[in-house]
Write a protein that binds this ligand. Structure first.
Ligand code: G1P
Length: 294
């Protein structure tokens, strides 16, 4: 059985939820404290032992490539001015792993973005990591799924329970019996209408897929939101091969929409020694001020 060595990170979305900030800047470059969201995702892949990453980009995404490239002038300036701690941080992002890029020429959806990377993946199982969720866990989230793949040899999707009233925002799975957080999947539905979710288990943007998925993606028609959906192709795959959902351990931060992004920024800033006290102080003041106004 081949092991998982390659990962796809789709980053071609238009970022409409963050307009106008994302008019000229990729949403993947929006920082949580001082690190772009996509760097958290790349680090998760590296810490899981992934050797090659392909980022699927689109129009206006050059900043992502620049971020993971060397920045000669900046590095020289930091060296000359003795800012060696900052130099190390800057160099970290360019020395990460082998990162490759491919452009999705039209924004046709997540399924199409993954399909764009088929030649790079070839005939191997591979990981997909979406940038809208950052997961903090003892074992990196995608590594947990890789461990399940090693045991089952089957595609496995990271899931977590969500409140049913939020299920229309996700791909939802219809599970059969579970065994230690592992569910064999009977059915998958992308963004079900309110009240129609088959369970409370939502797809959380982490996947290990067998290469057979590409033959379904190739023929996949548009689904929810008029887009070619990865979930719909996995649904078809599940009719010919076993597909599992795995309820991974870890805390998930939703950075794909404004409220989640702001709350994550606050939580991550509170973990930073320099920022913690002044932020707590300011938050207390703001709460008092709000209470006085009520
Ligand atoms: C994508 C997937 C969906 C998944 C979600 C969260 O949707 O299509 O199945 O639940 O990410 O990771 P998006 O949020 O890109 O519309």
């Amino acid at each position: 059985m081949k092991s998982v060595k390659k990962a796809i990170i789709p980053a071609a979305g238009l970022g409409t939820r963050f307009l106008p900030a994302t008019k000229a800047m990729p949403k993947e470059m929006l920082p949580i404290v001082d690190k772009p969201t996509i760097q958290y995702i790349v680090e998760e892949a590296i810490h899981s032992g992934i050797e090659d990453i392909i980022i699927v980009t689109g129009k206006g995404k050059r900043a992502i490539e620049d971020h993971f490239d060397h920045a000669f002038e900046l590095e020289k300036n930091l060296y000359d001015t003795g800012k060696l701690d900052l130099l190390e941080k800057v160099q970290q992002s360019s020395n990460m792993v082998d990162i490759h890029y491919i452009r999705q020429k039209e924004p046709l959806g997540l399924g199409h973005a993954v399909w764009c990377a088929r030649k790079f993946i070839g005939d191997e199982p591979f990981a997909v990591l979406l940038g809208d969720d950052i997961v903090e866990s003892e074992t990196p989230c995608i590594k947990q799924l890789m461990n399940v793949y090693e045991k089952t040899g089957a595609s496995v999707i990271g899931v977590q329970p969500v409140p049913l009233e939020e299920s229309h925002r996700y791909g939802m799975i219809d599970p059969m019996a579970q065994n230690g957080g592992l569910y064999e999947i009977k059915n998958l539905v992308e963004k079900p209408k309110r009240g129609q979710a088959p369970s409370n288990l939502a797809i959380m943007g982490r996947y290990i897929l067998t290469p057979e998925i590409f033959s379904y993606l190739e023929k996949q028609e548009r689904g929810a939101g008029g887009e070619i959906q990865l979930t719909d192709a996995i649904q078809k795959l599940s009719k010919t091969q076993k597909v599992f959902g795995y309820c991974f351990e870890g805390k998930r931060y939703d950075v794909g929409e404004k409220l989640g992004f702001i709350l994550t920024t606050i939580e991550f800033a509170l973990k930073n020694e320099e920022l913690r006290e002044p932020i707590l102080e300011k938050l207390k003041q703001l709460i008092k001020q709000e209470e006085r106004m009520v």
